[in-house]
Design a protein around this ligand. Sequence first.
Ligand code: MG
Length: 256
Amino acid sequence: MIIKKTPEEIDKIAAAGEIHSRAMQLVAGKIAAGVTTGELDESVERFIRSQGAEPSFKGYNGFSGSICASPNSMVVHGIPGAYTLADGDILSVDIGVTLDGWVADAAVTFPVGEVTVEAESLMAVTEASLFDAVDQVQVGGRIGDISHAVQICAEADGFGVVRTLVGHGVGRSMHEDPQIPNFGPAGRGPKLEEGMVLAIEPMITAGAHEVRIAPDGWSIFTVDGSLSAHFEFTVAVTADGPRILTPWHELLGAPQ
Ligand code: MG
């Protein structure tokens, strides 16, 4: 069942999203060779709590971190800890912020120092596919329009679209209906209606699309070891079009 939100409820998610964007800005300022993902996690948790909010991921199904930190061939759901960033890495940082019971969920992939041309391109295309998807968030459209926009953008550049992980509705719960695949035909799936709030999150690989779960039960890797990038927004469907509730792009600047 898709739970639609009132304009007042959407404003509450936006308030969580504002804290979220500032947390992402904090991460952007700390990303450097020699920093551990555990240090990033600690900083984010401290910041989120200082704002009177909670890190949504902490304790979720037993997850130990406040962020998901997924380097290189790890796609998503990395447990922050001892991993030390190195020049040339790319790192997906996914953060959830809960404020007054409402969740904002979004992710950015950051370069660490100088990265390869392939990594640059993968990140740029994944971010572009997210913005293409957001353009499809229009009353009267369908979930499939979002899925299709991601796939067209990513595959045009020869990248792989992860099939087995999807975006989702978000609200009082971090994961609500509908599921939002990053592939598939336009014009299919649930109709987009005013008040829906969607976490759209392309997960794109520089190789094949198959992924595997690591023995830790969380981390998802590409099977072929290729690099993966991940960008995510929480977006509301409004009569005026898409409203991005986690506007990290406004604080982080132009596509990197
Ligand atoms: Mg999500």
